[in-house]
Each structure stands twice: as structure tokens, then as C-alpha cells.
Design a protein around this ligand. Structure first.
Ligand code: ADP
Ligand code: MG
Length: 569
């Protein structure tokens, strides 16, 4: 008999299990989606590895998932013939959470189950969702290429621990047996399971099969005999890779479910774009914009990028070569007809086809955002609130799309008294005063600080709108953005601000008179401050404050200096 070793779950897994069982109750059927999704991933991984080593198929190349029910035992089994797992893989995949941002996630939980279940959804539940409906889960798996006696059995009741044993498993792949809880027996119903599969897993590219029990011989309506039908496996999903299908045949629901499968996100996407490109380079792209930023959005090491397929064959996850960093929130896939099947990350790095695909995908995303901004301002605003600060990295990174990206930016401004970033540069230009030729802005540590900047006084007085920038990234953004729609940007805290035609004759005269009056004061201030300053000047920009510190026209702004100091420069 097998030797069972007991292992403890990682603390976070224990917490996740507790939370999940209690807060995902109203959405419990998703366990099947998660398990089928994993089986499809396992098939993809096997196909990829078999490109180099055909023998991994072990003469069984028809990859699929089988779902079966044992009413007497009260179990549902999900079995695949995908890549399988080794002992070490089982222990780490089904005993820990490898995801980046895990710590951050757990620190955000509040104990309020409605809020937390939302958060868990965003975090993704995966395999552990099996415990929503099962009080015991047994996993039997054997990795492709490993001998039959290196099968592994993992079992757990979803509390603190799991057991591991070595078993004999001739069939390659993974079999997951759910021992349903007393009050979850509804999932033993064939019809119920079929409807869940078609609701959530129609788009899965491998066949999902369910066993149809034999129907005994029976009497027809006119007393004739209807012959018995033997039991058989039936394919219950469409089993074609969704992105290869015609756009017009795909429903929104299918697109949304497919998104959840590839992104491991729980929430619906905000928007998507599906395109087949023919011609010099041939590829299909399916790109999604999530509705919520993930927990590790700001972690630069975070995995991002698209799923790469070559001629329908899965090649790799997180191919970041196809998306610029400032669009790292985009999820989706590209399926290329031109790249070689044995393509590696190294080959992708310096490759003409990669370049073309990246440009194409970038254009698609920017186009999708432009369209959203134009036709559906509310949705665009919710996108901006989640991802705007990432998009602000764009002008520095992507010179060729600078103007397009600038058109997508949104800011706070003196026009509306709120920190909500809703003003586009086009809005600003439309409201510019007749003789105004510059876009004025101020950067500061926060929206509050920007809004209270003494530099604003003269602009308020003259009724000139100023963009208020209080995000860390804004300074970086503005050092790469020099103009938009032919209008140049002007920081109101830099150097001598010439308001040009915006100053009328009358006030110019007043200023000259005032300047004479304070001459002595300026001299005394210069003497007192000495080397600490470059210059002390008279200004007419202040209306209430007596003095202000400004940066040199050619130098860094004070905000940039603070950033550099913080970075230890
Ligand atoms: P995710 O799918 O987001 O990675 P899951 O919790 O669903 O997270 O699964 C955790 C890991 O367990 C997977 O990444 C995979 O490595 C492994 N795994 C789960 N199910 C299977 C399976 N059927 N075959 C092979 N590996 C699996
Ligand atoms: Mg999964």
C-alpha cells in the first residue's frame, strides 16, 4: 500500500480556502469552469512540449477532458490527458499560491464577506474552488514522460493539510475527484453539469466529454420496440479555439468566458477587440481590457504580455514582446502564421515579425481606447480611473504613438473643482482663451498641493484654465510631452512666465509701477539669500501670496528635484 505523507498548506492557502467557501457560495458552479480551464491549459502545455519530443504523447495524441459522475459514491470526476504533474509540481501547485501580489491581496481583506468575495474574484480562485462544493478532493496525476509507477495522489479535506502518496497511474494526465458536500448533490445531475459546461466552457479548444448512460430497450408510442442505446462519451462543448471562429458567430458571453479562461480573472472584461490580419504578416489577435487593475499593477516584475500561439499551437504565456509596457494591463493572445513553431523568447526579442505584431496590437488597443473615449465616455472614465496612470508612461516609451496617447490622457483642472481626472487635452484646447497659445499645467506632490499652488493665482484671476497634476508619474509624463495639436505645454512654475497677449496694457503699466516700488526689497533679499538662489525677481504672478520659489526655466521643476532626491540622486 502507498505511503501517505502529510503536508501543511501555506498560510495563505488556508486563508483563501476559508474565504472562498464562505463567500463564493452564490457562484459555486464556477468550480467546474476552473477545473476545465486547468485541463485545457495542461493540454496546451503538453502540445507545446511535444513539439520537441513527440514521445510525450505516449501514442495518445487526442487531448481532451472527461467529466463523469458516480451517484453512489457522490463524486464528480474531471479527468484530462494533458501534461500532468510531478511530485514536486503537485506540492507547489496545489499547496501554495505562487501568484505575485499575494501578500498585498491578503492585506486588503476586510472581513466583510460581500467586499471580500469581490476581491477574491479579482484575485482568482483556480483549483482551490473545488472546495466550494467538495469536502474532500483527490487528485491523481502522472506527468507526461514519467513511468506509470511515478503517479502521485494528492488528497485533502480543504482544512489545514493535504496528503501525498506515490501511486501507479498508467494513464498520463490528471484526474480530479470531488467528493461532494452533503448539500451539493445537485452537481451529480448530468443535465446540470452539461449546462454549466456550455455556459462556461464552450470556447475551450479541446473537447469536453461527458458520459451518456446506456438507454435500455423500450416501447415506442405505437407499441413498437425502440432498441437499446449503448452508453458512450459525448462531446458537450464546441471544442474549437474561440479566436479561430468567425466574429459574427461569437456571442458576448463567449468572449467574456474566454477572457476569464485566459486571464484567470474573475470579473468580466471592460472591452475587447478580435481581429484577423491577412497580407504580409498573417495573424489573429484577441485583446481584452480588464475592468479592474490587478493587485500587482505597480510591480514592474509582474508577468504581463499576451499568450502566444503559432498556427493554433500554444507556445507561451506572458509574451511581453507583443505589448509595450505602458499597455501592460492588456490581456489576450496573438496567433501567428509566420513565426516558427520552435520560437523562443530569445528569437522573439529581435525579430521583424514580432515588431510587426507588436505595432499591430498596439494600434488595436489604442484604437479601441479612442473609440471607447468617443462613444462611451463613462466606460472610458472607468478605464482611466483604473489604468490611466499606466497609460501616462506611454509618451516616454512610444514616440510614434505620442499624439494618439496624448489624446487619451485625462487630467484634473482648475475648471472643475475635483480631483477626478476627466479633462482631455482636446477639451482644454476648446476652452482656451482667444489669445492663449499654450497649455498651462502645474505639477505637485498631490492634487491638493497642485490646487493650492500659489503659481495659480494669476491664472485664476485671469480665468485661464490650468491642468492640475498631482500624481508621481505626471512629472515624468510632462518631461516627454512637449505639445499637443500644435499647442505647446507650459509649466506655470517654471521661469519667467510670459503671459504674452493675455496681459493687457493697463495691467502691464501697473506692474511696472509696482516693480519700481519694491526695488529696494529685491536688493535686500538678494543680499540676504546670497548663493542660495540664482536670482530674486519681481513677479506679477502672485495676487495673494507675497513670494514664491520657482525653478530655473531650463532646469528641473521643484517637483522633479524632490523625486530625484527621493531616489537618492
Ligand atoms: P492557475 O490556473 O491560475 O495557474 P490554479 O489554481 O487553477 O491556478 O492551478 C494551479 C496550478 O496547478 C496550475 O498553474 C498548474 O500548474 C497546476 N494544475 C492544475 N490543474 C492541473 C491539471 N489538470 N493538469 C496539470 N497541471 C494542473
Ligand atoms: Mg486555473
Amino acid at each position: 500500500t502507498a505511503q501517505h505523507e502529510t503536508h501543511g498548506f501555506q498560510t495563505e492557502v488556508k486563508q483563501l480556502l476559508q474565504l472562498m467557501i464562505h463567500s463564493l457560495y452564490s457562484n459555486k458552479e464556477i468550480f467546474l469552469r476552473e477545473l476545465v480551464s486547468n485541463a485545457a491549459d495542461a493540454a496546451d502545455k503538453l502540445r507545446f512540449r511535444a513539439l520537441e519530443n513527440d514521445s510525450l504523447y505516449e501514442e495518445d495524441g487526442d487531448l481532451g477532458v472527461k467529466i463523469s459522475v458516480n451517484k453512489d459514491a457522490g463524486t464528480v470526476t474531471v479527468a484530462d490527458n494533458g501534461i500532468g504533474m510531478t511530485r514536486d509540481e503537485v506540492i507547489s501547485n496545489l499547496g501554495t499560491i505562487a501568484k505575485s501580489g499575494t501578500k498585498d491581496f491578503f492585506s486588503k481583506l476586510s472581513g466583510d464577506s460581500a467586499r471580500d468575495s469581490q476581491l477574491i474574484g479579482q484575485f482568482g480562485v483556480g483549483f482551490y474552488s473545488a472546495f466550494i462544493v467538495a469536502d474532500k478532493v483527490t487528485v491523481r496525476t502522472r506527468a507526461a514522460g514519467a513511468p506509470a509507477d511515478e503517479g502521485i495522489e494528492w488528497a485533502s479535506e480543504g482544512e489545514g493539510e493535504f496528503t501525498i502518496a506515490q501511486i501507479n497511474k498508467p494513464a498520463r494526465g490528471t484526474e480530479i475527484v470531488l467528493h461532494l458536500r452533503e448539500d451539493e448533490q445537485e452537481f451529480l445531475d448530468d443535465w446540470r453539469l452539461r449546462s454549466i459546461v456550455s455556459k462556461y466552457s464552450d470556447h475551450i479548444s479541446i473537447p469536453v466529454q461527458m458520459y451518456k448512460e446506456e438507454v435500455p430497450e423500450r416501447d415506442g408510442p405505437d407499441g413498437e420496440k425502440i432498441p437499446a442505446e449503448p452508453g458512450k462519451w459525448e462531446v458537450v462543448n464546441k471544442a474549437t479555439a474561440l479566436w479561430t471562429r468567425d466574429k459574427s458567430d461569437i456571442t458576448d458571453e463567449e468572449y467574456k468566458e474566454f477572457y476569464k479562461h485566459i486571464s484567470h480573472d474573475f470579473a468580466d472584461p471592460l472591452k475587447w477587440a478580435h481581429n484577423k490580419v491577412e497580407g504580409k504578416t498573417e495573424y489573429t489577435s484577441l485583446l481584452y481590457i480588464p475592468s479592474k487593475a490587478p493587485f500587482d499593477m505597480w510591480n514592474r516584475d509582474q508577468n504581463h504580455g499576451l499568450k502566444l500561439y503559432v498556427q493554433r499551437v500554444f507556445i507561451m504565456d506572458d509574451a511581453e514582446q507583443f505589448m509595450p509596457t505602458y499597455l501592460r494591463f492588456v490581456k489576450g493572445l496573438v496567433d501567428s502564421n509566420d513565426l516558427p513553431l520552435n520560437v523562443s523568447r530569445e528569437i522573439l526579442q529581435d525579430n521583424k515579425i514580432t515588431q510587426a505584431l507588436r505595432q499591430g496590437c498596439t494600434k488595436r488597443v489604442l484604437g479601441m481606447l479612442e473609440k471607447m473615449a468617443k462613444n462611451d465616455a463613462d466606460t472610458y472614465q472607468s478605464f482611466w480611473n483604473e489604468f490611466g496612470n499606466v497609460l501616462k508612461e506611454g509618451p516616454a516609451e512610444d514616440f510614434s504613438n505620442k499624439e494618439k496617447i496624448a489624446g487619451l490622457l485625462r487630467f484634473s483642472s482648475t475648471q472643475a473643482d475635483t480631483d477626478a481626472q476627466t479633462v482631455s487635452l482636446a477639451d482644454y484646447i476648446e476652452r482656451m482663451q482667444e489669445s492663449q497659445d499654450k497649455i498651462y499645467y502645474v505639477t505637485a506632490d498631490s492634487y491638493q498641493a497642485a490646487k493650492n499652488s500659489p503659481h495659480l493665482e494669476i491664472f485664476r484671476k485671469k480665468g485661464i484654465e490650468v491642468l492640475l497634476m498631482g500624481e508621481r508619474i505626471d512629472e515624468w509624463l510632462m518631461s516627454h510631452l512637449t505639445e499637443f495639436d500644435g499647442k505647446s505645454f507650459q509649466s506655470i512654475s517654471k521661469g519667467d512666465l510670459d503671459l504674452g497677449d493675455l496681459d493687457d496694457e493697463e495691467s502691464k503699466k501697473q506692474q511696472e509701477a509696482a516693480e519700481k516700488e519694491v526695488e529696494g526689497v529685491i536688493e535686500r533679499a538678494k543680499a540676504a539669500l546670497g548663493d542660495k538662489v540664482v536670482d530674486v525677481k519681481f513677479t506679477h504672478r502672485l495676487t495673494d501670496s507675497p513670494a514664491v520659489i520657482v525653478a530655473d526655466e531650463n532646469g528641473m521643476t521643484t517637483q522633479m528635484m524632490k523625486l530625484m532626491q527621493a531616489a537618492g540622486q
